[in-house]
Write a new protein. Structure first.
Length: 350
């Protein structure tokens, strides 16, 4: 899922030029772009997060804080005009979202001192709340597989039936303080990444029951490996090691690493799978670690000519979406613009 290319949130309020406050599209006459195919969708957002789903394009950003805890707002954005067509204050921090059956399932984080909902089901068009679930654990990850929705929360993996939303399976992940889950587009393969304070593991599980089918450990890193959407027989992960980071391919059947497929970078390096390709990105990475590639071996097909401060966050059917900081690194709060750029010709499949 492309939503895995996401930046963290900080605890400050939105100020400055906020197009979304009035539901307006960016004025093309006031937009400066570094290439003809690039344009600014939204300006001056605090820690924006961009998600491209089958139901449309969504952007979340921080709007306030409750006792020092950040609160996000989520909006459905017209990818053509940049106009905000629906919005919802989440009352917590946005983590991740996936679309299914006309609904948008949104994982959120709430402060431990004020336990609350960890998962919301929203109408994908209006963003009206249709159901809430509580106490799934902080930093949940979402994936559709086996006809249900899989949700991780620290040391648990839960399966929710669709569309009812009943918990039909609960799997313990002993000792894990972080976990991540991903699947393939057909929902027939389910992969989980987990870690305690540094010792990590990659697991293949039954997409209907969560039964462990294969595993690989230890993973080299300081957090749970972030798992990109599975494609073919490839499982791509990104991992931070404390000093550096890397992305690497694992075989989807055996979960063994494939030699020669890794790309090294900073702790912020990310991997995603979308539109039949591998996408690798990191801030200040240049063409070496910002590229689209062959998902079977990781060979770069074309560089992504992103600005140095840009962070790739989502890949749509025709465009990529990234954010660039509009204040200096030492300034607070840190605001960013959301930009859209046409996918390079060499990164289009079919």
């Amino acid at each position: 899922m492309t939503s895995r290319l996401l930046a963290g949130l900080t605890t400050v309020a939105v100020i400055g030029s906020l197009w979304a406050a009035h539901g307006r599209a960016a004025d093309p006459s006031r937009v400066t772009a570094s290439s003809p195919s690039e344009r600014i969708l939204l300006r001056g957002l605090l820690s924006p997060r961009v998600v491209s789903t089958s139901a449309g394009l969504y952007v979340a950003w921080q709007v306030s804080s409750l006792g020092g805890f950040p609160v996000s707002e989520l909006s459905r954005v017209n990818s053509t005009t940049g106009r905000i067509e629906a919005t919802r204050r989440l009352g917590a921090t946005f983590d991740q979202a996936v679309a299914a059956g006309g609904s948008l399932y949104v994982g959120i984080s709430t402060p431990s001192s004020r336990p609350g909902e960890a998962l919301l089901r929203l109408n994908a068009r209006t963003l009206a709340v249709t159901r809430r679930w509580s106490d799934f654990g902080e930093g949940g990850s979402l994936a559709l597989a086996g006809g249900g929705l899989w949700v991780t929360g620290q040391d648990r993996l839960l399966r929710l039936s669709l569309p009812e939303g009943n918990v039909t399976a609960s799997v313990a992940l002993p000792g894990a303080n972080r976990s991540d889950v991903a699947s393939n587009a057909a929902g027939t393969i389910l992969v989980v990444g987990e870690a305690d304070q540094g010792r990590g593991a990659l697991e293949k599980r039954d997409p209907e029951t969560g039964t462990l089918l294969a595993s690989y450990s230890p993973m080299i890193g300081v957090s749970a490996p972030a798992v990109a959407e599975v494609i073919g027989q490839s499982v791509w992960i990104s991992e931070a090691t404390g000093m550096m980071g890397y992305v690497e391919r694992f075989d989807a059947a055996s979960l063994t690493p494939e030699p020669g497929t890794g790309t090294g970078g900073s702790n912020g390096i990310s991997a995603a799978v979308a539109d039949g390709l591998l996408w690798v990105s990191q801030i200040e990475g240049g063409s070496t670690t910002n590229f689209c590639g062959n998902p079977s071996d990781g060979v770069a097909l074309a560089p992504l000519n992103l600005p140095p401060s840009a962070l790739l966050q989502a890949i749509g059917p025709h465009d990529i979406y990234y954010v660039t900081a509009t204040t200096t690194a030492g300034a607070q709060p840190m605001h960013s613009d959301v930009l859209e750029e046409t996918i390079p010709a060499a990164c289009r499949v079919g």
